[in-house]
Design a protein around this ligand. Structure first.
Ligand code: SAH
Length: 288
């Protein structure tokens, strides 16, 4: 496989983020991921942005990240995590994204933060990363795994670029476990998922236990997983509420159809979490 079969998907993802990143930043800020609302999702948080900041903090605690020196942020968006990690650990960070618009904006934000010496951004595909083996001691993937067309190859690439002893931290959209004794996905559930995949340009999601098995088969050690669906589910109603302001509505409409479609997907996510079809999975593991 030379990866050419993934080009049309990569192109759709590029266009989606090229077009939607600016409005997302203007309305919701620099993080393009779920927020954290306490273990049971009942903690009141001031804003989606504050909840997103909390998610990073809790995720770092949960995965027991220790003072990385060289970090790779896979699917870096406009560098929300990259800059946070660089700031927290005085670490060197490279972020990769498929979107040149995101790369440019992330680089601009690094310059403005006085961090451009340590933090850089490149357009690169996580399915074939342009890095030598054993380079990073932290590989961080916050909500990019769901975009990856081959989850095994994705984790294999993460493993390859990690140094021995280095840690992978992955937070990703999953669908519910469908292996025995759980029932298989019904036709209605599959239709529901397909609508979400189409709207967000996802090739598909897998259950968290499948990520866990892939990581084990590849040879990762110290694998831990957790399901944080309850903790993050309130994010979508928060986002929906803020999208209802006339100023935001106007921006959504002005910014083009991709974003409008993105906004239409929000009720699907709300219901996906309510029924348990959509799950939010965490995995951390170490390269032996
Ligand atoms: N982690 C960021 C952005 C999440 S949005 C944040 O939390 O703010 C998903 C990101 O994954 C986008 O930046 C998109 O460009 C990136 N992405 C999706 N598929 C990718 C691939 N194959 N290679 C590299 N980046 C990818």
């Amino acid at each position: 496989m030379d990866g050419s079969e993934w080009k049309p998907l990569a192109e759709k993802i590029r266009v989606f983020y090229d077009k939607s990143s600016q409005i997302w930043e203007r309305v919701w800020g620099e993080h393009m991921h779920h927020g954290y609302y306490g273990p049971d999702g009942r903690t009141r948080v001031d804003s989606p942005r504050e909840a997103q900041r909390l998610l990073i903090e809790r995720l770092l605690e949960w995965s027991d990240v220790q003072q990385p020196e060289a970090t790779l942020d896979v699917g870096c968006g406009i560098g929300g995590s990259s800059l946070e990690l660089a700031d927290r650990y005085s670490a060197a960070v490279i972020g990769i994204t498929l979107s040149p618009v995101q790369r440019d904006r992330a680089s601009e934000r690094a310059r403005a933060a006085g961090a451009s010496g340590r933090v850089s951004f490149v357009v690169a595909d996580a399915m074939a990363m342009p890095f030598e083996a054993d380079r990073f001691d932290l590989v961080w993937s916050l909500e990019s795994g769901e975009h990856m067309p081959d989850k095994q190859r994705f984790l294999q690439e993460c493993l390859r670029v990690l140094r021995p002893g280095g840690r992978l931290v992955l937070a990703t959209w999953c669908h519910r476990d469908d292996a025995q004794p759980a029932p298989p996905l019904s036709a209605a559930e599959q239709r529901e998922l397909k609508r979400i995949y189409d709207l967000y340009h996802l090739p598909g999601t897998i259950p968290l236990p499948v990520y866990e098995r892939i990581a084990a088969d590849l040879g990762f050690s110290q694998i831990r997983v957790a399901d944080w669906s309850e903790a993050v589910a309130p994010f979508w109603s928060d986002v929906l509420q803020s999208a209802m302001q006339p100023r935001v509505m106007l921006e959504v409409l002005r910014s083009g159809w991709e974003t409008v479609l993105g906004a239409r997907a929000i009720p699907l996510m709300v219901s996906g979490y309510r029924t348990g079809l959509i799950r939010y999975g965490l995995l951390t593991a170490v390269k032996p």
